[in-house]
Design a protein around this ligand. Structure first.
Ligand SMILES: C[S@@+](CC[C@H](N)C(=O)[O-])C[C@H]1O[C@@H](n2cnc3c(N)ncnc32)[C@H](O)[C@@H]1O
Length: 271
């Protein structure tokens, strides 16, 4: 893989739109991701993410401005998307939910150019970062979704349209009153199963052991998924998954990381 995936982007020059100071009410990135693409249409849902206000660097802003029109997708929940049109080819598509800063995503895309990756997060600096990494790495198989992946799955993707789903280090929501916000729950799995082709791989990883146990329990009990591990337990980290940024922080704290590799089973014949 090219080292350019790790090299910083050049900061925008004076006069560049990325240096522009916004007037009140002016969108942050006129050609970039929308602040809240689904608006209030789906407002009463429980969110699995928390809004974060973090600084967008000049390099990330520049990538958002330049590359969003080409490679970005606002998750507005208003239309069904044609994945072959989005990627410009009909290669298999894997959805990654919550890519953070996108370093692992870019590495996986570089390592498997024949697979398209639709990477979704709500985190604007990460979106800019991943777009920049993709451009500098010459990656043409990455598209960046902005918004809630649940709305994408429910409103915008066709049945059986995905060849894989990756959920790496989802927010652990450790407090009991927040457990309802955890992404990996039976209802989420039922929705995800409708969008995954039979045989598609669902790959999760977490460094939060109680969440890992919950994932194993709900996945094992779910009729649409089967464990790829003969002993019905956690999987060793597959070589194709690099360490992620969040994982590194967990390992520094002495956390144990667990991977889960489940397969979408063939459709049930109802009735
Ligand atoms: C703890 S971070 C992990 C990021 C990255 N996978 C890593 O390992 O470094 C979880 C990420 O998931 C995103 N996220 C959580 N729920 C989401 C959802 N429903 N749709 C899109 N992104 C979501 C959060 O914004 C956050 O960036």
């Amino acid at each position: 893989m090219s080292d350019s995936l790790n090299s910083p982007a050049a900061p925008p020059a004076p006069g560049d739109p990325a240096r522009h100071t916004r007037a009140k009410g002016e969108p942050r990135f006129p050609d970039g991701p929308k602040a809240d693409p689904a608006g209030s249409h789906f407002e009463r849902r429980i969110r699995s993410f928390q809004p974060r206000r973090s600084r967008v660097t000049a390099g990330q802003a520049d990538a958002l401005q330049r590359l969003w029109p080409k490679w970005g997708l606002d998750i507005d929940g208003q239309r069904v998307i044609d994945l072959a049109e989005l990627f410009g080819n009909d290669r298999p598509v894997v959805l990654e939910i919550g890519f953070g800063m996108g370093e692992a995503t870019a590495r996986m895309a570089a390592g498997d150019p024949d697979t398209n990756i639709l990477a979704v997060d709500v985190h604007t600096p990460g979106q800019g970062n991943l777009l920049g990494l993709a451009a500098r790495g010459g990656l043409t198989n990455v598209r960046v979704g902005n918004g809630d992946a649940i709305i994408l799955l429910r409103e915008m993707l066709r049945p059986d349209s995905l060849d894989g789903l990756r959920v790496y280090f989802p927010d652990p929501w450790p407090k009991k009153r927040h457990h309802k916000r955890r992404l990996i729950q039976p209802e989420f799995l039922t929705l995800a199963a409708t969008r995954l082709r039979p045989g598609a791989l669902l790959h999760c990883a977490t460094d939060w052991e109680p969440y890992a146990e919950q994932m194993l329990d709900v996945l094992t009990a779910h009729p649409d998924f089967e464990n790829t591990q003969p002993d019905g337990g956690f999987a060793p980290r597959p070589e194709f998954r690099p360490l992620t940024r969040f994982e590194g922080q967990g390992l520094d704290k002495g956390h144990v990381v667990n991977d889960l590799l489940f397969r979408r089973v063939p459709h049930r014949q109802d009735g």
